[in-house]
Design a protein around this ligand. Structure first.
Ligand SMILES: [Zn+2]
Length: 120
């Protein structure tokens, strides 16, 4: 298993889900109205969204983006003190862009990733 697949699998399993299918295809231009397509496609063992079909899938163009989606959408079952709603405003005034993972490094649910547009 590649390092990327291992990171994704570990993140999914840290939230109590399992990877049913994980594929990657080269990124391509899907045309006007669609933009970039391809990248990672993840299917989980069960839905994580209510009233949505299938509700068990997520995709991303990079590993870091997929880890961010897993971090945000797969809610841990136990409570913690982290800001799960990403409600903090950044210095730039952006809402819902916390510039850090949802869970702090000290939290048991922390997933390590760094989105490209975050300040270093
Ligand atoms: Zn936490």
């Amino acid at each position: 298993m590649s390092r990327a697949r291992q990171r994704i699998t570990n993140a999914v399993e840290s939230r109590g889900y399992k990877v049913k299918e994980l594929t990657w295809e080269p990124i391509y231009n899907a045309g006007e109205m669609s933009g970039l397509a391809g990248g990672w496609d993840l299917i989980l063992d069960r839905p994580f969204l209510e009233r949505t079909f299938p509700g068990d899938d997520m995709g991303a163009l990079s590993v870091e983006e997929l880890l961010a989606n897993i971090d945000y959408w797969l809610q841990p079952s136990d409570p913690c003190d982290c800001d799960r709603e990403h409600s903090a405003m950044t210095a730039a005034g952006l809402i819902n862009d916390p510039q850090k993972p949802t869970h702090d490094p000290a939290c048991q649910f922390h997933i390590k990733y760094q989105l490209r547009w975050w300040a270093k």
